[in-house]
Design a protein around this ligand. Structure first.
Ligand code: PLP
Length: 225
């Protein structure tokens, strides 16, 4: 399948989900997750009109960055080891997996050297599954308050992954939980933590995520796979 055909189908589904939820289509951005595919295929996504690319490993991102440079807006979406931060920090605009203070310290240190502000999503383990990365919901507000001392980190929003299940209610509850937490933090009105964005929804659950308020959906398989 051509990326443009997949994109047309996904766009239609997002449009309908927005209508069901009374949202504006313009408030939802698609991040094409290119971790499984070639640079050529990532390029095809850009030619189809995609502006945001996501990678979950530093080597994958570096390889595609060599070919595509700053043409896309780069998102790092995977678990990030502290020692890998230096490899990606000059290339990405967004990091979706901030989940611990030691990682924030490294991002701050490296971003300060470049005099660059990094948009971060705090990854939250809403569903509480043991296998999932991310911070427990109850720790997020305290964590955000600590980030006050990290001038190169901007808390753009929150990110989560829903459990792998067919049960729509479980998925929906996860996304709703993230939205609730996002609103709690937004209402603190911290200048370094506007926290207006919700990064949630993948190939198999992006329509539910859009209904529940996603502003960034991260789509791999259904778009470029
Ligand atoms: C791989 C990945 C995605 C995309 O998954 P698909 O099911 O292929 O759409 C989204 N988010 C994260 C964090 C990922 O690692």
């Amino acid at each position: 399948m051509k990326v443009s055909e997949n994109l047309a189908r996904i766009n239609e589904k997002i449009e309908k989900a927005c209508q069901r939820a009374g949202r504006s289509r313009g408030d939802v951005e698609i991040i094409a997750v290119t971790k499984y595919v070639t640079t050529e295929r990532a390029k095809e996504a850009l030619e189809a009109g995609i502006q945001h690319l996501g990678e979950n490993r530093d080597d994958g991102l570096l390889k595609k960055y060599e070919a595509l440079g700053n043409r896309p807006v780069w998102h790092f979406i995977g678990t990030l080891q502290t020692r890998k931060v230096k490899n990606i920090i000059d290339k990405v605009s967004y990091i979706h997996s901030l989940d611990r203070l030691s990682l924030a310290e490294e991002i701050e240190k490296r971003a300060a050297k470049l005099d660059k502000e990094i948009n971060c999503f705090i990854q939250v383990n809403v569903s509480g599954e043991e296998s999932k990365h991310g911070m427990a919901p109850g720790q997020v507000v305290d964590f955000v308050r600590k980030l006050k001392d990290f001038p190169h980190i901007r808390v753009a929003g929150l990110m989560t992954m829903a459990p792998l299940t067919e049960d729509e209610d479980v998925i929906r509850r996860t996304f709703r939980g993230l939205k609730q937490l996002q609103q709690d933090i937004e209402s603190l009105h911290l200048d370094y933590a506007p926290c207006r964005e919700l990064s949630m929804g993948m190939s198999n659950d992006f329509e539910i995520a859009v209904e529940e308020g996603a502003t960034f959906v991260r789509i791999g398989t259904a778009l470029v796979g």
